[in-house]
Design a protein around this ligand. Structure first.
Ligand code: C2O
Ligand code: CU
Length: 482
């Protein structure tokens, strides 16, 4: 059968139609949007909170009348949310009760190399590892698996959760908070008729699902009051990017990107979110009569067409009126963006497809090769070039928050003009970013495409800040006591 697939034209080979019948389709907007529970620390001291998360297999109900085996943090998909205060430290013990090796990356955290989820630094089944996090940026992050060559499957099976670092000073802005501050993790999945997850990476091209989960529920609905809400969105899909829009063409008022608040609100009708990117926006429902229904839509992007989706993600149902003292101030923060030094090193990174492998500057992953050596405390321009024509690549650089200087020679999208750690590198795009490399975090860090199937095969490399720094393998997982 594989031989037959080779005879198909490329465009058809890249589509999953011949391989998958498609998932049993749930009726949209039947399930209420779940909010993942906030994880309580197992203990706390003056400046640190200690958490424990078990990785385990469990069976959950996602589609009506069917159960699905997942690999999950604390047995739930997504995992529990950690909410931490800026400047307090966290130590999270991840315990592996699954029969595959794992590694945990807290995406967006400025972790030291040995706690950054280095792909080769595996937690074997029956082992655990304590990860230390400084929480020195207020932003919406997410934790997910990062095991070498198996990240796509591990994340797809459920190993992902949200992590919010909150700055108490932000309360003064009076943005919607408490229950009006809502995390949304969007993931597409493909199910067999018995409810089990189908992992089909289409010859390492991508893994496209035809059921969109938000916070683990298929096409959910959320009952809202006629007031403002803040939504913190992470695209936790393996290979699908979304162009978000509201069905009534109202504004999404973008207020934050990967690295936290923007300088000012940026109202937009459409917002592209690649895999692993985070955007936060306010939706103001105050003008709508009770009974109004507004769908959060995916307008679609090139090369995301493997399934003919209806374009629906979830629905907001206005069900009540409520007083609203929240605001969206015209200034959110002073971004203090990096100054571009007069002489600055510019490095070029090309993303391409060669001999059935995804490559960066022509190379596949090699833990013994370092592809850039920015000086500690240095500032550089990194130029990302996509040469793989029919594919986009969300490019993620571990450790640094960068700013986008240009997108194909033009200014970045307004909502991208804040701190970013992942950038949507579309077909044939050229993107330049400015990054400053932290003196206090010397050592090796990863760069990769966040299409997790591309990452595994093998669009990943590393850079090293400073001459040696901390070895990412220097704090190995330990066996659980018998
Ligand atoms: Cu979100 Cu290296 O990953
Ligand atoms: Cu890619």
């Amino acid at each position: 059968f594989a031989g037959g697939a080779l005879l198909l034209p490329i465009a058809l080979q890249r589509r999953g139609y011949s391989l998958n019948a498609g998932s049993p389709q749930p009726t949209p907007f039947q399930v209420n949007l779940p909010i993942p529970p906030i994880l309580k620390p197992v203990r706390s001291d003056a400046n640190t909170d200690y958490y424990e998360i078990k990785m385990q297999k469990s069976r959950v109900n996602i589609l009506p009348g069917l159960t699905t085996e997942v690999w999950a943090y604390q047995g739930m998909v997504p995992g529990p949310t950690i909410v931490q205060t800026l400047g307090r430290k966290s130590v999270v013990r991840f315990i592996n009760h699954i029969d595959v090796s794992t590694s945990i990356h807290l995406h967006g955290m400025a972790s030291q190399p040995q706690y950054d989820g280095y792909p080769e630094d595996l937690i074997l089944p029956g082992y655990y590892k304590d990860y230390h996090y400084p929480n020195n940026r207020a932003a919406m992050l997410w934790y997910h698996d990062h095991a070498v060559h198996t990240t796509a499957r591990n994340v797809y099976m459920g190993l992902a959760g949200m992590y919010v670092v909150q700055d108490p000073a932000e309360a003064a802005l009076k943005l919607p908070q408490g229950k009006y501050d809502v995390p949304l993790i969007i993931q597409d999945k493909l199910f067999a008729s018995n409810g089990s997850l189908v992992f089909n990476d289409d010859n390492h091209h991508g893994l496209m699902g035809d059921v969109i989960l938000v916070n683990g529920a298929p096409f959910p609905r959320m009952a809202v009051s006629a007031r403002k809400y803040r939504f913190r969105v992470v695209n936790g899909s393996n290979s699908r990017a979304y162009k978000l829009a509201l069905s009534n063409k109202a504004d999404l008022i973008a207020i934050a990107s990967d690295g936290g608040l923007l300088a000012k609100p940026e109202p937009t009708k459409e917002l592209i979110i690649g895999m692993a990117e985070r955007y936060e926006f306010v939706i103001d429902f105050s003008a709508y009569p009770i009974g109004t229904q507004i769908v959060l839509q995916n307008l679609g992007l090139p090369n995301n067409t493997d399934y003919d989706l209806t374009g629906q993600i979830m629905r907001f149902d206005v069900v009540s009126r409520e007083a609203d003292d929240s605001t969206v101030p015209t200034t959110l923060r002073d971004l203090k963006l990096n100054k571009q030094p007069s002489r600055v090193i510019e490095r070029r990174w090309t993303f391409d497809h060669r001999s059935e492998m995804w490559v960066i500057n022509g190379n596949t992953w090699d833990k013994n090769r370092i592809d850039a050596d920015p000086g500690a405390g240095g500032t550089e321009i990194w130029n990302f070039q996509n040469n793989s024509r029919e594919w986009f690549h969300p490019v993620h650089v571990h450790l640094v928050d960068f700013q986008i200087l240009s997108r194909d020679g033009k200014p970045p999208f307004p909502y991208e003009r804040g701190w970013k750690d992942t950038v949507y590198l579309g077909e044939n795009n050229n993107i330049r970013v400015l990054a400053k490399f932290d003196e206090e975090r010397q050592g090796k860090y990863i760069i990769h495409c966040h299409n997790l199937v591309h990452e595994d095969h093998d669009m990943m490399t590393q850079y090293q800040i400073g001459t040696t720094g901390i070895d990412p393998m220097s704090a190995p997982a330990k066996p659980l006591p018998a």
